[in-house]
Design a protein around this ligand. Structure first.
Ligand code: SAM
Length: 271
């Protein structure tokens, strides 16, 4: 079989055409332009077997990003493994909002693959970026991403929320914390089944980690500094309430490209 025929056969057996293309690219170690130019090339038996093995795992539900070991985010390619959440396009909103504040000293809580911290660090090479996670396995992935992408202004720390930055203050704190309710049916569906539960689930209402972050942030922000965090599609009103109760000013939420209130935040009052 040639490249085009094998990809078409996978699409006919139910795989999304885009997934077939990504898996073929990974099998051959080539880009889209190569696949187009070489669509009629015969595949070696070894490459055909490799592609079919990946296609079978995809059919069993494994996320494409884990199968190929990478995902694009904010125009950079990040290594991903099952130890980290797969970076989502909607999280780019958080990066854009943080960049609008031109941070000089930013903290990223729950960095996972490092996609938020590293994207900000690369956009603002003069900024100091600290990123933390409680998962050593996730931090190993973030460390590799920072090295490969040459983000030299990122410091990675291990610890529970603010534990590793006790006594430190930042002008901006960003977070994409776990925010799915423990019993949410989505946790047993689609890609989420394969992602670390500790990156997704946050108590009975999904707000346990957001509560910790909002409660701890003011002690780690300089006066006038901003806390910005991602949350679930229906959590914005509760998040604004938490921010207001914690004494933040200028509390607001921002919509993602799908029109969903996806990020909320507030400004720490002056002393
Ligand atoms: C939703 S993932 C976000 C990963 C990455 N920032 C992104 O946007 O793709 C949440 C991350 O928070 C980390 N995490 C969960 N609870 C934590 C805690 N108590 N302290 C520090 N990190 C935590 C998880 O290990 C996971 O990497």
């Amino acid at each position: 079989m040639n490249i085009a025929e094998l990809m078409r056969a996978s699409a006919l057996s139910g795989m999304e055409a885009v997934d077939a293309r990504v898996l073929m690219r990974a099998t051959l170690g080539v880009d889209d332009a190569y696949l187009i130019a070489h669509a009629d090339d015969e595949l070696s038996a070894q490459h055909a077997a490799q592609f079919r093995a990946l296609a079978a795992r995809r059919a069993a539900g494994e996320p494409v990003a884990y199968l190929v070991g990478e995902r694009e985010f904010y125009d950079h390619v990040f290594k991903v493994t099952p130890a980290v959440l797969i970076p989502r396009p909607e999280t780019e909103l958080l990066v854009e909002l943080a960049l609008q504040h031109q941070p000089k000293n930013l903290l990223d809580l729950g960095t996972g693959s490092g996609c938020i911290a590293i994207s900000i660090a690369l956009a603002l090479p003069a900024a100091r970026v600290t990123a933390l996670d409680r998962s050593d396995a996730a931090l190993a992935v973030a460390r590799e991403n920072a090295a490969v992408l040459k983000a030299r202004n990122v410091t990675l720390l291990c610890g529970e929320w603010f534990e590793a930055v006790r006594g430190q203050r930042f002008d901006t704190i960003v977070a994409n914390p776990p925010y799915v309710a423990d019993g949410d049916a989505h946790l047993t569906q689609g890609d989420l089944r394969f992602e670390p539960a500790s990156a997704l689930a946050a108590g009975v209402d999904g707000l346990a980690d957001i509560r910790c972050i909002v409660a701890g942030a003011r002690a780690h922000l300089t006066p006038g500094g901003w806390l910005l965090f991602e949350h679930g599609h229906d959590q914005a009103p509760r998040c604004r309430e938490l921010l207001s109760c914690a004494g933040f000013n200028d509390v607001q939420s921002w919509h993602d490209l799908a029109g969903i209130e996806r990020v909320s935040g507030g400004c720490a009052p002056s002393l």
